[in-house]
Write a new protein. Structure first.
Length: 199
């Protein structure tokens, strides 16, 4: 599983979560804080609290929890000694569910994280559906929503997923488009065995 957003200060960095980090991240506000720092850059706890409608004490606590897990860190390039600025420590997050099958707490955190990501994907698809009729025709024709079925082994599925990630990584490594009609694009990759109930 890989969750990728915009680059943090190190555009090549990926953190492969251990059990402690997985448990630390399995919290709705912490997920939002980390995603915000990755997408929009460094911020203070007060600014993040205003953004998410929380209080700065609560936001500071959760940022410290993320920092203890090595997921966020102080940003030395900002701040004037009065405000503490935070930044994401990595560009993206990855983990393997199979590493936590013998750890009940980490296994529960893994299930929560996957469920949270699936819900967020659904929400972003819903937001796109609500907005699409107001988009220029070029964006409507460029957007894609596909479901495809293949028959393959776990090894071939893993290889195909790696190839798809490599293609996206190649595009992400290029300088961002600067054309007037350029905008942020969301890409979701879902590849999994078809459930018996979905056949």
């Amino acid at each position: 599983m890989v969750a990728v957003t915009r680059p943090a200060h190190d555009p090549e960095s990926v953190v492969h979560l251990d059990a402690t980090q997985l448990r630390a991240l399995a919290h709705p506000l912490r997920m939002r804080l980390l995603a915000r720092l990755r997408r929009e850059g460094p911020a203070t706890a007060s600014a993040l609290a205003r953004r998410f409608g929380t209080n700065s004490g609560q936001t500071s606590y959760h940022l410290r929890q993320l920092a203890e897990a090595g997921l966020v860190e102080d940003d030395p390039e900002h701040g004037d000694g009065r405000d503490r600025w935070w930044r994401a420590a990595h560009e993206s997050t990855s983990w393997s569910s199979t590493e936590f099958v013998d750890d009940p707490d980490a296994k529960a955190a893994d299930a929560w994280l996957l469920g949270h990501l699936i819900r967020r994907h659904g929400e972003s698809l819903g937001a796109w559906l609500d907005e699409r009729e107001h988009l220029p025709a070029a964006w409507m024709s460029a957007s894609d929503l596909s479901d495809l079925w293949l028959v393959m082994t776990p090894e071939r599925l893993k290889a195909m997923s790696a190839e798809l990630h490599a293609v996206i990584a190649r595009y992400r490594a290029e300088p961002p488009d600067t054309a007037p009609d350029a905008r942020e694009v969301t890409v979701h990759l879902h590849a999994f065995p078809t459930a018996e109930s979905d056949r």
